[in-house]
Structure formats: C-alpha cells, structure tokens
Design a protein around this ligand. Sequence first.
Ligand SMILES: [Zn+2]
Length: 148
Amino acid sequence: MSTKGQGQGQGQFSAGALRGAGRGVVDHRLSRRHLVNEFRRGRLRQDQICDAHPELIRAARNVGTESRSACPICQESTLRLVTYVFGSRLPAQGRCVSTAKEMAALNQRSDDLTAYVVEACIDCRWHHLLRVLPVGGSGRRARTGSAG
Ligand SMILES: [Zn+2]
C-alpha cells in the first residue's frame, strides 16, 4: 500500500497532529473560522478537515471536557476540549492533561512548557487548535482557571 501523503503520516501523535500548531498562526480562531467557511462553501471536503488523529479522539472521548459549542461541521455533537502539554522531559507526543491538579503540578516546573488546547468532535473527527498557553518556566504565568 502506498500513500499519497507528503510524509506527514498518521503515525505517532505529536504537536504536528494538532491543526493550527506552529507555522506562526497567531489567531487560532481566525484560522478555524476560515476552515469552517471553506467547508461550507464546498471548497474543502469533510474528510480534509475531519481527520483527527485516533489518539486525539480517544483522549477527547475519555478525558476531554465538554465545551459549550456544538461542532461547526456536523452540528450534532458537542465539542470536547483536550489539553496537551509539550516540553522538555515530557513525552514527545505530549502529556495529555485532564485535571486542574495535574496542570498546577506542571505549572510548578522550572522548564518552559507549552500547553495546547484543542477542540475535537468525537463524531465527525473535526479538530482544531484553540489556544496555546505558556506553562511553568520562569514566568509561571499560565492561568489554569477559566478566565478569559
Ligand atoms: Zn462533528
């Protein structure tokens, strides 16, 4: 079996599996809205944007917290939020954080860590990065509460 992908692969889960991560995207809401619009205009097929990594879907189902918004694609399911923390001395595929206590512990670390909050639909497999937060490090300025 040969795949036509560009070497991206669906192998190990990593920050690269989180759409919107990297590439200097500053406003994740903007890029999300853009994708949703393109889908509604028929310029993107559902399978092009609903391609969450199985690992992400499993995390969303098991430890994800329910968000208040419905899935913008299938509009049937409520989106779930999953937080991954990446950084040195953490697994390459990130640490999936499901409790505030766990997040607080990571925030105590002296390493500079980065938390990625991702929304995912366990029905149609839509996923998108919502925000990126600094965790731990010298600043220890991450707000783990619901402010904002
Ligand atoms: Zn959906």
